[in-house]
Design a protein around this ligand. Structure first.
Ligand code: AKB
Length: 313
């Protein structure tokens, strides 16, 4: 495994933990973390760190040459809720960063690219249950539009220029080491912190809003597994459906209550309710399971136990 990896967006929720794991797999010096801002102190100290605007192709190229980078993981993005407030900014960040990296691969500066898509590519007309890989896709959010366009750019660069780009449609990602920002599924992270800090959680989604979710450990493992799979095994070059569990705010609340008996919740849905209502409840990821043996490990009970133990420490 002789790879040198550049992570763009390493200070974000997924970037932080993915960088940590990549460094443990490939070696600390082999993984260059970067973001437009500083981030997690341990990530900045445990290996190379560069300040990079992910839309700035020239700076990315300079860094690729400086470290002889072979793979880029592009995690920088504006998520669904923030993107609704800043549509043009979201489009520019989400699209220009992807096109910059795809161009670097097309020009043979790098060999492989990872870019996450999202369940946000689906929309209100998509079948809500067991959503298939190929189905109606009419996203109603700016974020979803950018992710769906990005998927087709990935497919185009693969078919037309032979670029080895790989992608997963992430559900909501639950973590405790790093927090998300600006997403609709973020409530499922905040709820754990509030359970321990305040004993009460004010939820911005209604109690029965069911969404697909996944623990960070599973998301990071899926990403590395996909990137390490043989190229011939990767049959989907837009982006793979990826699933683990699904639950409602009420169900996660009940699970936490088993460990924090006095925990209370109130429901005050805001503009994010409409975004959540446009997304599937659960996803059929049989192609990922068949093509490169994807298997998730954590269910809601295991996630809750693990997070509460770690946060209490
Ligand atoms: C969001 O809520 O915007 C993200 C996502 C599902 O892609 N977590």
């Amino acid at each position: 495994m002789n790879e040198t990896i550049l992570v763009l967006g390493a200070s974000g929720q997924i970037g932080t933990e993915l960088t940590e794991k990549l460094r443990s797999v490939y070696g600390k010096k082999q993984v260059i973390a970067s973001d437009i801002r500083g981030g997690n102190a341990a990530i900045m100290a445990s290996g190379p760190f560069e300040i990079i605007d992910a839309t700035d192709k020239e700076t990315i190229l300079k860094t690729v040459k400086k470290y002889k980078v072979t793979q880029v993981y592009l995690l920088a993005a504006m998520l669904s809720a923030t993107a609704e407030k800043y549509p043009q900014k979201a489009w520019n960040l989400n699209m220009n960063s992807l096109l910059a990296v795809l161009d670097l691969a097309k020009e043979n500066h790098i060999k492989q690219v990872y870019w996450p898509s999202s369940i946000a590519v689906f929309g209100p007309t998509t079948p809500k249950e067991n959503t298939p890989q190929k189905t109606i896709m009419e996203p109603s959010t700016v974020y979803g539009i950018s992710k769906l366009s990005g998927e087709f750019w990935c497919n185009y660069y693969h078919k037309k220029y032979g670029v080895d780009v790989r992608s997963l449609r992430f559900p909501g990602i639950i973590s405790w080491k790093s927090k998300p920002g600006g997403g609709t599924t973020d409530y499922a992270v905040d709820i754990y912190f509030k359970a321990l800090e305040d004993g009460n959680f004010n939820c911005f989604l209604s109690e029965n809003t069911r969404l697909p979710m996944m623990y960070m450990d599973d998301a990071v493992n899926a990403t590395i597994q996909l990137m390490q799979a043989k190229s011939e095994a990767i049959k989907v070059r837009t982006s793979y459906n990826l699933a683990a569990i699904d639950f409602t705010p009420k169900e996660i609340f009940e699970e936490i209550k088993k460990h924090v008996p006095d925990f209370t919740i109130t429901y005050n849905p805001d503009f994010r309710q409409q975004i959540a209502d446009s997304w599937p409840s659960n996803i059929n990821d049989s192609e990922a399971r068949k093509d490169w043996n994807w298997k998730h490990q954590f269910d809601l009970a295991a996630i809750t136990k693990d997070i509460l133990i770690n946060l209490k420490k």
